[in-house]
Design a protein around this ligand. Structure first.
Ligand code: KDG
Ligand code: MG
Length: 403
């Protein structure tokens, strides 16, 4: 029997903070899993080192489902981003090991390819509309078939998603939480207009996405959705805070613009109502914040019964190890929708060597056994942990708003 012999929790910051779990088995096989939770990295690292790793040593590395239940049911305390990210790291590392043992890429173990490539969307952005349109052009010219568009709002230049075109956007960049501003009426006036400018300049030749980042009430989101129906968005993401799922019933009755949510949700039970009542079109739970390949596959299977497709979160705070695991699932499931793909910084790619590649708007997973990741532990030492917070958002009168 191949047993879990050693687990190392590695925290590094090659351009941004990442937590990575390395599992080594008694047969000498090594698996990698992403354990990064943006702005809360050390909580997951401690959860793993203090509470998971000691109990994991000696388990049969091949029993992925049983290890999953052991860490979820066995812990009594369930769900939540810290727990589910820690379980995900273990789960993905064990799938990596299973693939290496079999000499097959993980997607073969999941049933094999159901498509040739994974449709991905990139992030076009700008400090003003002209800059954002140039960025959309840059993405389109580099082969993207789906583009998310976000621009600054006059009066709130540091609104979510707005940054210099062409730069790597990373909202976690203060050693304490930075204060950004928010103004929903200004957003409701300007965002539909700049999305319209995208269609006016480029037509309907690519999929257009937009992230509302949990900032509206259902009524406001209904107005937003209706005002962009003729622009045929692929989706409006996180129109309202995802905890209040009743809000999605109201929103659904107001607009036919497709709805995506789930990046802050972590388990099948968190998305059960949204899926079974068909309140959303795309579920955006990610492989590394939702319990790994084992659990995300269950979420997507449930979603398939209700015509809900996948659209996993894949911002730069999900490491290349996370993206490698996401691709293994994306390429195999029947109800795949789209995968978010924000390119990581060059420093990040010095530490994470991956085999996936971008071709003509799609990501093609690595053909290497396992998940196709090499983590360079020596290179990681050059990038020590650097505390970073996500910002907060305040209204003009100082009221704390949803970020
Ligand atoms: O950690 C938070 C970021 O990943 C998030 O703000 C990015 O909303 C996001 C997205 O859709 O990529
Ligand atoms: Mg988002």
């Amino acid at each position: 029997m191949d047993r879990i012999e050693r687990c190392d929790v590695i925290v590094c910051s090659p351009g941004r903070n990442f937590v990575t779990l390395k599992i080594t088995t008694s047969d000498g096989l090594v698996g990698w899993g992403d354990a990064t939770l943006n702005g809360r990295e050390l909580s997951v690292a401690a959860y793993l080192s203090e509470h998971v790793v000691p109990a994991l040593i000696g388990h049969d590395a091949s029993r992925i489902g049983d290890v999953w239940q052991f860490l979820y049911r066995g812990a009594y305390w369930r769900r939540g981003p810290v727990t589910m990210t820690a379980i995900a790291a273990v789960d993905c590392a064990l799938w990596d090991i299973k693939g290496k043992r079999a000499g097959l890429p993980v997607y073969e173990l999941l049933g094999g390819k159901a498509r040739e490539g994974v449709l991905v969307y990139g992030h076009a952005t700008g400090h003003d509309v002209a800059e954002m349109l140039d960025d959309v052009a840059r993405y389109r010219d580099s082969g993207f078939r789906a583009i998310r568009a976000q621009a600054a709002i006059t009066g709130i230049p540091n609104a979510y998603g707005a940054h210099t075109a062409g730069g790597v956007y990373d909202p976690a960049d203060g050693s304490l939480p930075a204060v950004t501003n928010w103004d929903t009426p200004a957003y409701l006036e300007q965002a539909p207009a700049y999305l319209r400018a995208v269609r006016e300049r480029f037509g309907f030749s690519f999929e257009l996405l937009h992230d509302c980042h949990h900032r509206m009430t259902p009524n406001e989101a209904g107005q937003f959705g209706r005002s962009v129906e003729d622009l045929r968005l692929f989706w409006m993401e996180d129109p309202v805070p995802a905890e209040n799922q009743e809000g999605y019933r109201l929103l659904r009755s107001r607009t036919s613009t497709p709805i995506a949510t789930g990046e802050v949700l972590n388990s099948i039970w968190d998305v059960q109502t949204l899926i079974t009542e068909q309140l959303i079109d795309y579920v955006r739970t990610s492989v590394s914040h939702s319990g790994g390949i084992t659990h995300l596959r269950r979420i997507f299977d449930l979603a398939a019964l209700y015509h809900v497709r996948s659209g996993s979160h894949g911002a730069t705070d999900l490491s290349p190890a996370s993206l490698s695991a996401a691709l293994a699932l994306d390429i195999t499931i029947p109800n795949f929708g789209i995968q978010e793909f924000m390119e990581h910084r060059p420093e990040t790619m010095e530490v994470f060597r991956v085999g996936y590649r971008f071709e003509d708007g799609y990501l093609i997973p690595s053909e290497a056994p396992g998940l196709g990741i090499e983590f360079d532990e020596e290179a990681a030492k050059r990038f020590p942990y650097d505390r970073k917070y996500l910002p907060v958002a305040r209204l003009a009168d100082g009221t704390l708003s949803d970020w």
